[in-house]
Design a protein around this ligand. Structure first.
Ligand SMILES: Cc1cc2nc3c(=O)[nH]c(=O)nc-3n(C[C@H](O)[C@H](O)[C@H](O)COP(=O)(O)OP(=O)(O)OC[C@H]3O[C@@H](n4cnc5c(N)ncnc54)[C@H](O)[C@@H]3O)c2cc1C
Length: 390
């Protein structure tokens, strides 16, 4: 039976980083993945250009039962560490917005870099391998379609549940349960939200429009674009708040964050201008202004809006309340919120506290980043830390 110091299940972002790191330390590493193609999520990420990190990554940008858990890994392998790695490999990159770093050319460059590092480190990487059962006595024994393998350390890097069509499974959660680790509830996150049927009909004419807005869910606010879709709301601001949203909760949108709407309309008091045109003058698409006013129950000319109604309209523009009825689910979610409980893992090594040699890294863990490169940074940092300790 073949023996390796380390077996890693899942050759995605975290698994590749862990394999390269462990291999460079001289550990013999077997990296197994059931998908035919390597690191599909890296390939499709960032519109094909991989938003590989964020200059502003810090623990506050991550959701977890223990918000401090990610601190150690993020400092052991930082944003700057990954940038240095990218630069060493001659990969051109640029900041798009809000600290988000993207490849100039293609996300394939990130895959090739990590795969190259694994090859240099002598990692035995096998794709298209189905992993069956895992047992543990003094070693881990992994039964797979490529044979039975044994190892001193087992690293679970199987990712989350989003986009099942490219290989996502809940296998990592099953393994966690098998070895007695707790799981926190898992839900789709960074995901478009859907309207109730009435609102779908009411706001259908707005589909395709994108606006700068502040989206709030409870005390959490994000200012970015909001996109109206045929099913509800999407765009970066909505994806961000979706990670904080719980069913039944209301979202509040400030649709004119740059403006004091009451003062703006007040300045036009007595004007013959149509309200829709007055809003279009703020930069809103005319079609959107008309449809939104209809949906919100306002219309006519500015001069016909008495002071009380004007205040109501201004209030609605700055605090437009929407109660989504759900999300578009794992098919459209970028990540899974929740996962292997941080209570059962060491934040310094990513090893299970009660199962020596067993590690969980990347998205399978209950650490979920904001939109914008934060999730890959978590994969690199947690992967590196496990690679140093497995
Ligand atoms: C469309 C899309 C775009 C994204 N864009 C970005 C972005 O630009 N920036 C960013 O930071 N994040 C982005 N993300 C999120 C990011 O891709 C993930 O958070 C990250 O890939 C998680 O890394 P991971 O290694 O934990 O999991 P993954 O990269 O998902 O890797 C898990 C691996 O495990 C394998 N696996 C699963 N189950 C099994 C099993 N039973 N047996 C064997 N192998 C298995 C899978 O095939 C996969 O290769 C995006 C996600 C999506 C869906």
């Amino acid at each position: 039976m073949a023996y390796f110091d380390v077996i890693i299940i899942g050759a995605g972002a975290a698994g590749l980083m862990c394999a390269a790191t462990a291999g460079q330390r001289g550990r013999s590493v077997l990296l197994l993945d059931h998908a035919a193609k390597l690191a599909e999520k890296i390939r499709i990420s960032g519109g094909g250009r991989c938003n590989f990190t964020n200059l502003q990554a810090r623990p506050e940008c991550y959701l977890s039962e223990n918000p401090h858990f990610c601190r150690s890994a993020l400092s052991q392998f930082s944003v700057q560490d990954f940038i240095r790695m990218v630069e060493r490999h001659g990969i051109g990159y640029h900041e798009k917005t809000l600290g988000q770093l993207f490849c100039d050319e293609s996300s394939q460059q990130i895959i090739d870099m990590l795969d190259g590092l694994c090859r240099e480190a002598g990692v035995d990487r096998r794709m298209g391998v189905t992993v069956g059962t895992v047992e543990r006595s003094d070693r881990f024994r992994v039964h797979s379609s490529a044979g039975v393998f044994e190892s001193a350390s087992l690293v679970v890097a199987t990712g989350g549940l989003s986009i099942p069509q490219i290989g996502a499974t809940g296998f990592g959660y099953q393994l966690a349960e098998q070895f007695g680790l707790a799981l926190t509830p898992r839900v789709p996150a960074l995901v478009p939200l859907t309207f109730h049927a009435d609102d779908v009909a009411r706001f259908a004419p707005l589909a395709g429009v994108s606006l700068d807005a502040v989206a709030s869910c409870g005390k959490t606010r994000f200012r970015e674009n909001v996109l109206f879709t045929h099913k509800g709301l999407s765009g970066p601001a909505i994806l961000q708040v979706s990670s904080y949203w719980t069913p039944g909760q209301e979202l509040v949108l400030d649709l004119l964050p740059e403006l004091d709407a009451e003062a703006y309309l007040g300045e036009r008091e007595g004007s013959e201008q149509l309200l829709a045109n007055a809003l279009a003058d703020t930069g809103w698409p005319k079609r959107f202004a008309q449809a939104w006013l209809d949906g919100a129950g306002f219309g006519g000319r500015v001069k016909d809006l008495p002071g009380k109604r004007r205040r109501q309209l201004a209030e609605t523009l700055h605090h437009w309340r929407v109660r989504p009825n759900g999300t578009q689910g794992y098919k459209k979610a970028e990540v899974t919120r929740g996962g292997v409980s941080t209570r059962d893992l060491s934040s310094k090594t990513m090893m299970a506290k009660d199962v020596p040699g067993l590690f969980f890294i990347g998205e399978v863990v209950d650490v979920t980043g904001w939109l914008g490169g934060y999730n890959f940074q978590w994969a690199w940092s947690s992967g590196f830390v496990a690679g140093e300790n497995c």
